[in-house]
Design a protein around this ligand. Structure first.
Ligand code: ADP
Ligand code: MG
Length: 290
């Protein structure tokens, strides 16, 4: 019977790490026509590595220490990269006070009584003026496919840290398979345009960059108003509004608690392939019923 087929579909998915919250989710997945993917931690492995540390008016080691102090409580992939590097370089990590994530922008707090911010060049540029020379240096790093986070301290720019995050090994093939099935795939990212386009070109996906969480939500709604049935896939950090707006929100591999609460489905093994596989499972299950 119908409920039995749905139950079988749900448990077949669960065995492969494809979790769907109930029959309505399973059924809706088969009608998805567009998938919006977050970049960091979703299309990329989410394990960025620090490649460059540039200091402005203070030692490089202090830039790393201040950044690591801010990131200590953060689960953002970029935070883990910075903490890793601080450990490798044996840079001291002083305590930070009132450290808070600013969704889609970075992290801010106080270290040694000094107010500090670490975040995207766009977010930093909204707080202080970055200057042509620094803008050009950051753009050159972006053109190498690197993400740059800028450290601001009391006197303005204190330095910046560049990181590179490789695409998930199966991303390219999984996106090609979706395209072959007539499903539109879009990459949404808070990262800067140059870096985003470098990554997107390698994956063969269209990219929308420099987005805040509410922009990602707006783009999901735009796709829906164009008639698409939209799934949004994200690691959950900064993604809750867009996940909630989508017809189906999918949390990617080991997502944060907030993502799992907001999401309709989750893929536990961190493969991009799991997304078209879940859609195919839905189609097969619903096909059985009809
Ligand atoms: P994505 O959309 O790729 O997941 P996010 O929205 O999480 O990116 O972040 C957007 C940008 O904000 C990052 O590229 C980075 O420059 C900056 N940023 C966000 N959170 C942090 C953080 N914890 N540490 C450093 N930079 C951050
Ligand atoms: Mg993110």
């Amino acid at each position: 019977s119908t409920p039995a087929a749905i139950a079988a579909g749900l448990s077949a998915g669960a065995r492969r790490g494809l979790l769907m919250k109930g029959g309505v989710v399973l059924e809706t997945l088969g009608r998805i026509t567009a998938v919006a993917f977050d970049k960091t931690g979703t299309l990329t492995a989410g394990k960025p590595v620090v490649t460059d540390i540039v200091a402005v008016g203070r030692p490089v080691r202090d830039v790393l220490s201040l950044a690591a102090a801010l990131e200590k409580g953060s689960s953002h992939p970029l935070a883990l990269a910075i903490l890793d590097r601080a450990k490798t370089d044996k840079a001291p990590v002083p305590p930070a006070f009132d450290a808070n994530a600013v969704p889609g922008e970075g992290v801010e707090g106080k270290v040694g009584g000094e107010p500090v911010f670490l975040g995207s060049p766009q977010a930093a540029g909204r707080r202080v003026s970055l200057g042509d020379e620094q803008g050009a240096a950051i753009a050159a790093l972006n053109a190498e496919g690197k993400t740059v986070s800028v450290l601001l301290a009391r006197n303005g720019v204190a330095g910046y840290i560049a990181m590179r995050d490789e695409a998930r090994p199966d991303a390219c093939d999984a996106l090609a398979a979706m395209k072959a099935d007539g499903i539109r795939a879009v990459m949404l990212t808070g990262d800067n345009r140059t870096t985003a386009e470098a990554v997107a070109a390698g994956l063969g996906i269209e990219a929308r960059a420099e987005l805040l969480p509410q922009d990602k939500q707006r783009i999901v709604r735009e796709l829906q108003s164009e008639g698409f049935k939209v799934a949004k896939v994200g690691d959950g950090i900064n993604d809750a509004p867009a996940l909630a707006a989508a017809d189906i929100g999918i949390a990617m591999g080991g997502g944060t608690d907030v993502a799992l609460e907001t999401a309709d489905a989750a893929v536990l093994h961190g493969r991009v392939r799991d997304v078209p596989d879940m859609i195919a499972l839905s189609k097969a299950t619903m096909g059985n019923i009809r």
